[in-house]
Design a protein around this ligand. Sequence first.
Ligand code: GAP
Length: 548
Amino acid sequence: MPKSMDEIVSLCKRRGFIFQDSDIYGGQNGFWDYGPLGMLLKRNVRNVWYEDMVDFHNELVAPNGAPEAYQMVGVETALIMHPQVWKCSGHYDLFHDMMVDCRESKKRYRHDHIKGRWVTGTHKKNEEAGPETVFITAVDSEDVQTDLDANALRYFGLKKKYLEKLDWEGETTPLPELPEDKLTEVVGPDVTSKGTLTEQREFNLMFKTTLGALGGEDDAAFLRPETAQGIFVNFKNIVDTSRVKVPFGVAQVGKSFRNEITPRNFTFRSREFEQMEIEFFCAPDESAKWYTFWRDKRYQWYQDLGISQDNLILRDHHKEELAHYSVGTADIEYAFPFLEAGEYGELEGIAHRGDFDLRSHTEGKLKKEGDELVVELDEHGQPKHRGSGKDLSYFNDETRERFVPHVIEPSAGADRGTLAFICEAYHEDEQPDEKGKMQTRTVMKFHPRLAPIKAAIFPLMKKDGQPEIAQEIYGALKAAGISCQYDQAGVIGRRYRRQDEIGTPYCLTVDYDTADDNCVTLRDRDSLEQERVPVDQVVSEITARLNG
Ligand code: GAP
């Protein structure tokens, strides 16, 4: 049974995982708030990523598939960086979409998302004016498709049965291929007049802000669209202060901002989101091996946390898809339920960035010329965007060689990862209730490391000392740092259902036998198996199960 995105979104809202931002004011497109459970889940995603990539990494031993042992460190850098950073990184010049506005509908479209075709027809309400030829358009993006036939019928005021009265010419053509002097004959995708679309113009995806009180153009700054640049500009600081030696990686988790034109598909494409990025610095002649290592390691990470291989693909980019600096890039993609069967959405990109970033921040923005990266010049033959002039090369004191390291960048989205874990966890099955009647159970099968609540403690009855024992167990689990809930409301079956729906892997029930055998019943969310565990071993048993 395919999973329903509507059901998943509804559960996220109902149980306090994710809310539309500024909900009481009607919401704000592209921004999301994480509720009490969502906040815990996303924090677990970030923490598990950081533990697996940095904290638990043993720099003395080469992991499976790695060419050699390597070091990992972390940083936390500013959200607003020097504007020159974005000029040298390429975001200032290249990080934009071409947009057109419709003067009538006030809608804005990505230029390359509009297609159109010439058609001749006669207006129903103005037949005496005779036939007219116009370029009818429709939207054709990954998220929205509108229909040329319907738009043409609307323009001419005709019913569907008169479709054959329209005389189509030529092929359907993307709007960018239409000469600009024909714009007056274009009918926008959502209107019934022609000539309402503006000429295309650049729309930079970086959010602009102003520093200080005076607020002139010289004070303009940008909210970072990626965390990566905070690592590159600190490369020298890190090498000089941390005793790291190439090969080593620097990890950072933090917010990024992009003024996305079409934020869509729940949290998948947001305007404010969190990234988990690694910049891995290595010797140029080792970089191909490291690229393969990181690609495979990151692909395995999602599977280790419960994403089925049936829903996950590793897709190598075609040469034309590669970013201007990239020698090779692969995407890890997930079959999100809002996509058609067989389609996948990007969770993470692993890019071989060569020496583009470090050299750009030294020499000024680079561009590719043939196989070479050269400084981009302005009309006066000067660097278009000046670099820092600081030497960002690395000296290997064993081989006595100096070089600019190459970079492998595994760049993951914390919100997209969280959304994929939510979609993967969502299950419905049939289970008998207290009276033996089959009921649909909604269960979030989160990996125990990711589950927002790890254990729930119930007294079967609110009497006979059961609440006191249950509260003591609850206190012991809390003291051990295990996130848990205490619940004594309603019949036991309903309490189980509540926990299943938020993905709690273990439920513990204090019952009538507890006073005699000093044990509680531990119920596993997925297998539904129940076993007796001594009260004084509950914390160690849950800890052992969580650590798998
Ligand atoms: N430093 C490289 C970089 O930023 P990217 O492919 O643009 O690469 C990396 O972004 C990851 O960040 C994506 O794979 C995705 O998970 C996440 N991401 C990018 N844009 C996003 C958006 N608008 N909303 C949510 N996540 C986004």
